[in-house]
Design a protein around this ligand. Structure first.
Ligand code: ZN
Length: 320
């Protein structure tokens, strides 16, 4: 299908809901959701999602460019792929979200939020994942974002907590895709990738690729290493092997904003992966004081402006 992103941004359904190229059959499932099944399919299948946060446009443009390469046959598709533009209403508005952060709502958590476009969309996307993943067999889910802040590691991956180890191939691909750091969660969360991993056993990763910019202002050459690794993955080819291995971190603790009194002791310029030493006071919330417990910890996603009860930052420790 041509102009999938343009149709999605215009809020239009395409004239045809399904079709075929020399290499695959495509089906438009819903606004911003399209399935491509190659005539000869290999495993693992893929879920490629972007735009769960509507202001994170670079991965949306990258996904659109990959779809265009597939349509023209410049990439020969070898795997089933479900392409998802997560939050079309927020993409149109150029905002992270309109009512509530959708990437806290998965795993049925949307039922705990006031009803909104985002709660309805999270429910639709859960159904799409179920329909697709219960049919295609083993799958990888790559959910692509850009970070709000600058980062000591501009490209990194965040992995949901799971009971079984990640497959070596999956982790090796992350290095080939240019990720400089891999962060492992130790507790469940409401992210899209936690849902696909916990409910359907997918190998799942949230990719953070640079910093959020409006449509048209992204320098996609900064993502070319990730884009080439995605092209190779779609084509079932090996990616160019990485010469640098990413650093590994695990989540040591979470800073949560529980009350209006919450204060985060970091500047608005504090970058992701900034180091803090043992004993440093990170945040205060009434009687609760958040301090660094390990020798050195690194902050990820500091954001004092979240709704009450939500994450205002993660503290990491290195695990190499
Ligand atoms: Zn995001």
């Amino acid at each position: 299908m041509q102009d999938f992103l343009a149709h999605t941004l215009a809020g239009e359904a395409p004239a045809a809901r399904c079709g075929e190229t020399d290499y695959y059959r495509w089906t438009w499932w819903d606004e911003g959701v399209m399935q491509l099944i190659p005539h000869r399919a290999t495993q693992p299948a893929l879920v490629l999602s972007a735009g769960i946060h509507g202001n994170e446009t670079a991965p949306v443009e990258m996904l659109d460019a990959l779809l265009e390469d597939l349509r023209r046959g410049e990439i020969i598709l070898t795997r089933p792929v479900l392409v998802i533009l997560g939050n079309p209403a927020a993409l149109r508005a150029g905002k992270r979200y309109l009512s509530d952060d959708m990437n806290r709502m998965f795993g049925g958590r949307w039922q705990r939020f006031p009803e909104s476009g985002e709660t309805r969309r999270a429910c639709v996307l859960e159904h799409c994942l179920e329909r697709y993943l219960s049919d295609v067999g083993p799958a990888w889910h790559l959910d692509m974002h850009t970070a709000i802040r600058g980062s000591h590691h501009p490209r990194f991956g965040v992995f949901p907590a799971r009971d079984t180890p990640y497959e070596a191939d999956f982790l090796a691909w992350m290095a080939d895709a240019g990720l400089q750091a891999l962060v492992f969660h130790r507790a469940p969360g409401g992210t899209f990738t936690h849902h696909s991993s916990a409910c359907f056993g997918a190998q799942s990763c949230t990719l953070e690729l640079g910093k959020a910019q409006p449509f048209g202002q992204n320098d996609l050459t900064r993502f070319s290493i990730t884009q080439s690794a995605l092209s190779a993955l779609l084509a079932g080819m090996p990616a160019v092997p990485a010469d640098v291995q990413p650093l590994r971190y695990e989540v040591a603790s979470q800073i949560t904003r529980h009350s209006e009194a919450f204060t985060l002791h970091m500047s608005a310029q504090t970058e992701n992966f900034t180091a803090f030493h043992r004993g440093t006071v990170l945040a205060e919330d009434g009687d609760t004081v958040y301090r660094v417990e390990n020798e050195t910890e690194y902050v990820l996603f500091p954001n004092p402006n979240v709704a009450l009860g939500l994450r205002a930052g993660l503290m990491l420790k290195e695990i190499n």
